[in-house]
Design a binder for this molecule. Structure first.
Ligand code: FE2
Ligand code: FE2
Length: 269
């Protein structure tokens, strides 16, 4: 099935999205900004934490490191929508801290050397993340799902690892609060599109949920192994995706699975 054409973004959509962004930004400035040097108890690092945990932190850090691709490839799709464009800039700043703080935890806890971390950076930059969908509405739906899934990953990692290292507990708490705010913002964008073009938005939601995969699988050279490690530690899997990502998102958007019925969409551009 081919995607229905996207309704051109009218001034009303633009104005609503700009207002949502300003609320998001003002709340972030007031309540959510954190300082990497001052807000984390770096002197409480546990260097004896299970190496499997440090390995998952490395995986998550690598995914965060694709930031130049995430921002540069999404920005052209949204440059005529100020709310979405300014969000990408603001979101990019927040995401940049995630890879830095995970990098610093690995270094300060002596889980990786500087040389290993440089090799990690280089291995990431050898590959490129690409837009999953050549369609701005599908992209925002994908980002919404990705952000909620990312939050679940960090939250579950914190549950199993935070108690073993106070520094890591603090790092993961700060990141997952950011990720929750990102998920909430992109869900607000999707709600606005649903109000204005329900059929086209439902079509994208169905397509994204049908074909969703965490980027680790295809982005990292040993992604299959890393995904297996995340699953075996109970951090994320298909069941968690269904119960803690897809189902709550549909509820929050005021949708049911009946709204997504119809022929399965195979076309992914
Ligand atoms: Fe992040
Ligand atoms: Fe995020």
């Amino acid at each position: 099935m081919t995607l229905s054409p996207l309704t051109p973004e009218d001034p009303e959509i633009q104005a609503k999205m700009w207002n949502v962004f300003r609320d998001y930004f003002d709340a972030a400035e007031k309540k959510r900004r954190w300082n990497m040097n001052e807000d984390i108890p770096w002197d409480q690092c546990n260097p004896n934490i299970d190496p499997a945990i440090a390995d998952v932190i490395e995986t998550f850090c690598m995914i965060e490191l694709y930031l130049p691709d995430y921002v540069s490839k999404q920005m052209p799709q949204v440059r005529n929508n100020k709310g979405r464009a300014w969000m990408l800039a603001s979101w990019g700043y927040e995401e940049s801290k995630h890879s830095m703080v995970l990098n610093d935890w690995m270094l300060r806890g002596k889980h990786r050397t500087e040389k290993q971390l440089t090799e990690m950076d280089n291995s990431v930059f050898e590959r490129e993340w690409n837009l999953r969908y050549n369609d701005p509405l599908a992209t925002v739906v994908y980002t919404m799902v990705q952000e909620v899934a990312t939050r679940v990953n960090y939250r579950n990692l914190r549950k199993i690892a935070g108690g073993k290292c106070p520094t890591l507990d603090s790092v993961l708490e700060l990141i997952q609060i950011d990720e929750a705010a990102h998920g909430h913002f992109f869900r607000s964008m999707v709600s606005i599109y649903l109000e204005h073009d329900r059929a086209a938005t439902l079509e994208r939601i169905k397509m994204v949920l049908n074909g969703f995969a965490m980027p680790v699988d295809h982005l990292l050279s040993d992604g299959r192994r890393r995904l297996g490690a995340v699953k075996s530690l109970g951090i994320f899997d298909e069941k968690l995706f269904f119960n803690e990502v897809a189902t709550p998102l549909l509820n929050q958007l005021g949708l049911t699975r009946n709204d997504l019925r119809g022929p399965k969409i195979h076309k992914v551009t």
